[in-house]
Design a protein around this ligand. Structure first.
Ligand SMILES: Nc1ncnc2c1ncn2[C@@H]1O[C@H](COP(=O)(O)OP(=O)(O)OP(=O)(O)O)[C@@H](O)[C@H]1O
Length: 309
């Protein structure tokens, strides 16, 4: 028996007046996945998540969470924890009271002290929300999202404003949720977080999904780069090269093979390649390729990189 996806977004469009922020967007998130919905500024990620969360109506298309429309709050809310970019906590309540209150409102059950502990807030339990730092408020947002260990957790830029220890603690808590079977949807501008953790990545630009797949699928369409400085008077290496400011840059789809040839040649020719660097393609490169595109919105089907033969 096949299990239906946790999130089904089909041909979603969202307009603000005359402006189309999201156009014909489709993606599915499967049980237990960590799906990173990434994109350039203004790409439409938050607008999309607002519809998924039931906070905004779709202009066209359909969204289903656990097979239900997101507006069916009674069915969906107890199963979904949401960490928004900004939450509306009452400034007069303490941290403990806020977690308890929002946890109870979610319809989920948990031990408040446990949630405070995994969110790194035990030492601030008696502090009023108004007196929290920005990073501590972010931890409180996280605490209310993970209260009760929901089946689906949506994290909208969860680590913005967090120091490195808080980030590590947050990801450790997310890892535990995943071990327990939760499905996670993440947006972030810290691409290395998605690169390290996402099972699949959807990349939005100007309201449409431009690419979708695993990290390997997304990056294999772009070349890796080898760069070095060739000493004056050295012979030309046996590779097709581009020179810029004295640095030689080689773009290659066969990183290991070309690196081997280059080092072999350098050894035989007695040439020392200065500042030698070789790097596999990263998610940053996928984004750079996107932002060099034209600004004309496209209606094409997104490139599901993994679909290619
Ligand atoms: N309430 C609104 N009224 C009008 N335009 C809006 C509204 N909310 C968002 N937009 C516009 O819709 C587009 C998509 O915005 P959205 O916040 O969804 O993007 P995003 O991908 O989350 O961006 P970022 O990464 O910068 O947070 C932007 O051009 C934004 O200016």
């Amino acid at each position: 028996m096949s299990i239906s996806p946790v999130i089904e977004v089909d041909k979603l469009s969202i307009t603000y007046g005359d402006f189309t922020a999201v156009r014909d967007l489709s993606f599915h998130v499967q049980h237990g996945e960590l799906y990173a919905l990434l994109g350039t500024n203004g790409a439409g990620k938050t607008s999309t998540l607002e519809v998924v969360e039931g906070h905004r109506q779709a202009t066209a298309g359909s969204v289903r969470i656990f097979g239900e429309p997101p507006t069916n709050r009674r069915a969906v809310r107890p199963r979904m924890g949401i960490m928004l970019q900004e939450s509306g906590f009452s400034p007069d309540l303490t941290v403990r009271e806020s977690v308890g209150l929002l946890g109870t409102l979610s319809g989920r059950h948990d031990d408040v002290e446990r949630v405070l502990a995994i969110s790194g807030l035990t030492h601030k339990a008696g502090t009023q929300v108004a007196q929290l730092s920005g990073g501590e408020k972010r931890r409180l947002d996280f605490a209310t999202a993970v209260y009760g260990g929901p089946e689906l957790v949506i994290l909208d830029e969860p680590t913005t404003g967090l120091d490195i220890q808080s980030r590590d603690a947050l990801w450790a808590a997310v890892d535990r949720l995943r071990e327990e079977g939760s499905t996670i949807v993440l947006t972030t501008h810290y691409l290395e977080e998605a690169q390290q953790r996402a099972d699949r990545i959807g990349v939005m630009h100007q309201g449409t999904l431009r690419q979708e797949g695993t990290l390997v699928e997304l990056t294999r369409s772009l070349p890796s780069v080898i760069s070095f400085i060739l000493p004056a008077g050295a012979p030309e290496p046996p590779l097709s090269l581009a020179h810029a400011d004295g640095t030689v840059r080689v773009e290659t789809f066969g990183l290991q093979e070309d690196l081997y040839r280059l080092l072999d040649w350098a050894h035989d020719a007695g040439v020392e390649l200065q500042e030698l660097q070789a790097g596999a393609t990263r998610l940053d490169d996928v984004f750079r390729a996107l932002s060099s595109e034209t600004t004309t919105p496209t209606l094409e089907r997104p490139q599901h990189v993994g679909d290619r033969a």
